[in-house]
Ligand binder design. Structure first.
Ligand SMILES: Cc1cc2nc3c(=O)[nH]c(=O)nc-3n(C[C@H](O)[C@H](O)[C@H](O)COP(=O)(O)OP(=O)(O)OC[C@H]3O[C@@H](n4cnc5c(N)ncnc54)[C@H](O)[C@@H]3O)c2cc1C
Length: 402
C-alpha cells in the first residue's frame, strides 16, 4: 500500500504555504500559535479570506463550492493551516451541518443555507446534548410539536460550543414521544434570533465562555426548516456524527503542532548545563509520544488512502482515532506545560476574554501564555465529540460484535 505523499502533493503543500504566508494576517495567527481558542471575529475573518480564494469548504463537492482536492490535499491543507496558527473556522457549519444539508436537504435549503456557511456570513452551532442526554443522545427530551406550517419547540440544550456567537442552530427534537427512542427524533435548522430562544454562556475551567446552555420556550420553526423526513432525524444524525469523528476526531495537525512546540521550547529551556531536550529522561518520553503521534498519522494516511466507509468498519476507525488522538493531545499538552518549568504553574488569562488584563506586566518567556489554557481545554477532549469510553464501546460493537 502506498500512501506517501508524491511530488504533486509536495507542490500543493508549497502552494498552501505560500498562500498562508501572503494571506494569513499575523494578528489572527498569533493567538492560535499560542494555544488560545480562536476568537469568533478572527475565525469569521479568516473564513472570508479562504472563501475568496475558493478554499473555505475543502470537504464539499465542487457543485457546492468545494475545491476538488484529494483527501491527501485536504489533510495537507489542514495541517499547514494548523501549523501556521490559522483560526479554526466554523466546524458546526462547514464540517457538520453543511454536509447534512447538501446530502439530505431540499433544493431550497441548499440554495438558502450553503452560501452563507461557505462565505463565512452565518455561524452555526450544534444543539444535540441535553442535561440528561449526552452519551445517550437518543434519550433527549426537547420536543417539537407540529402546529400548522410551524413546529413549536420546547426544551433545553447544553454544552453548545460557541453558542453565544451562533446565528443558526441545528438541533434535534422529539416529534413522536410514543416511538422507540431513536425513531421519534427530527432534525431542525433554527434561526437563533427567533423569539423564545435564550442563550446562556457557561464559564469553562480555563476562563473562556465558549460554551452555552440554550433554552427553547415555545419557539416556532417553519416546516421548511425540517431536514429530510419527520421522525427520521436519527439517520441524519448518525451521518453527521460519523463525519465529526472521522474528519475531526484525531486532530492530527494539532498533535503535530504540540510536538513541534515541545521540541522548540525544550531546545531553549535549560536543565542544568544543557538544553532540556538533551536530557535522557526527557528525550525518551518525547520519543514515546512521537511514536504515538506517528502511529496516528499513519492511521490517518491509511484512511486517506482507502477512504472511510461506515459499512466496512469505518465507524470503528473513526472512534479509534478520536480516542487515541484526544488522549495523546492530553499527554502532549501536559508535557508542554511541564517543559516551561515554574512558569507552567502560572495561569495566563486569555486577554480576549479579559481585556482589562491586557496591560498588566507580563511574567515569563513569551511562549508561556496559552500553554496552560490549552492544557485545561484539552481535558475536555476525551468528552467532546462523544466520550472516549463510548468510542471504545463503538469499537467493540463494530469490530467484535458485542
Ligand atoms: C468542550 C465541550 C464542547 C461540547 N460541544 C458540544 C456542542 O457543540 N454541541 C453538543 O450538542 N454537545 C456538545 N458537547 C457535549 C458532549 O457531546 C457531551 O458532553 C458528551 O457526549 C458526553 O455526554 P455527557 O456530558 O452528558 O456525559 P455522560 O453521558 O453523562 O457521561 C458521563 C461519564 O459516563 C461515561 N459513560 C456514559 N455512558 C457510558 C457507557 N455506555 N459506557 C461506558 N461509559 C459511559 C462517559 O464516558 C463519561 O465519562 C460538548 C462537550 C464539551 C465538554
Amino acid at each position: 500500500m502506498d500512501f506517501e505523499p508524491d511530488s504533486a502533493d509536495e507542490a500543493f503543500r508549497e502552494e498552501v504555504r505560500a498562500f498562508l504566508k501572503a494571506e494569513l494576517p499575523e494578528d489572527l495567527a498569533v493567538r492560535g500559535r499560542a494555544g488560545f481558542l480562536s476568537g469568533h471575529e478572527e475565525a469569521m475573518a479568516w473564513q472570508k479570506i479562504l472563501a475568496k480564494k475558493g478554499w473555505s469548504v475543502p470537504h464539499w463537492p465542487v457543485e457546492y463550492g468545494g475545491p476538488k482536492w484529494t483527501a491527501r490535499q485536504r489533510y495537507i491543507f489542514d495541517e499547514e493551516c494548523y501549523l501556521a496558527g490559522a483560526p479554526v473556522t466554523n466546524i458546526g457549519g462547514i464540517g457538520l451541518v453543511g454536509p447534512v444539508i447538501f446530502t439530505f436537504g431540499t433544493p431550497e435549503q441548499k440554495e438558502r443555507f450553503l452560501p452563507g456557511i461557505r462565505n463565512g456570513d452565518t455561524f452555526w452551532v450544534q444543539g444535540f446534548s441535553e442535561p440528561n442526554a449526552g452519551s445517550d443522545l437518543a434519550s433527549l427530551r426537547t420536543t417539537a410539536v407540529r402546529d400548522g406550517d410551524h413546529y413549536v419547540i420546547n426544551g433545553q440544550k447544553i454544552w453548545t460550543s460557541h453558542g453565544k456567537f451562533g446565528d443558526w442552530n441545528f438541533l434535534l427534537a422529539r416529534t413522536d414521544p410514543s416511538a422507540k427512542k431513536q425513531a421519534g427524533i427530527s432534525f431542525f435548522l433554527l434561526d437563533i434570533k427567533t423569539p423564545g430562544v435564550t442563550v446562556r454562556p457557561i464559564e469553562s475551567l480555563e476562563g473562556s465562555h465558549h460554551l452555552a446552555e440554550v433554552f427553547y420556550d415555545n419557539v416556532r420553526v417553519p416546516v421548511e426548516n425540517l431536514i429530510g423526513e419527520e421522525n427520521k432525524g436519527w439517520n441524519y444524525t448518525k451521518f453527521l456524527l460519523f463525519n465529526e469523528r472521522a474528519f475531526y476526531g484525531a486532530e492530527a495537525p494539532a498533535l503535530k503542532r504540540y510536538l513541534q512546540k515541545i521540541k522548540k521550547i525544550a531546545s531553549m529551556e535549560r536543565a542544568g548545563d544543557q538544553p532540556l531536550i538533551n536530557r535522557p529522561t526527557f528525550a525518551a518520553r518525547l520519543a514515546e509520544l512521537e511514536i504515538e503521534m506517528t502511529a496516528i498519522d499513519m492511521t490517518v494516511s491509511r484512511v486517506i488512502a482507502h477512504g472511510l466507509d461506515e459499512r466496512n468498519g469505518g465507524a470503528a476507525v473513526g472512534s479509534i482515532l478520536k480516542a487515541r488522538g484526544t488522549e495523546l493531545a492530553q499527554k502532549l499538552t501536559d508535557m508542554l506545560v511541564e517543559t516551561i518549568g515554574d512558569y507552567g504553574a502560572y495561569y495566563y488569562p486569555d486577554t480576549n476574554d479579559e481585556p482589562s488584563l491586557r496591560n498588566l506586566p507580563f511574567t515569563g518567556p513569551d511562549y508561556a501564555p496559552g500553554l496552560m489554557a490549552e492544557l485545561i481545554y484539552r481535558r475536555a477532549a476525551s468528552i467532546y465529540g462523544g466520550a472516549n469510553e463510548v468510542q471504545r464501546n463503538i469499537v467493540s460493537k463494530t469490530l467484535f460484535g458485542f
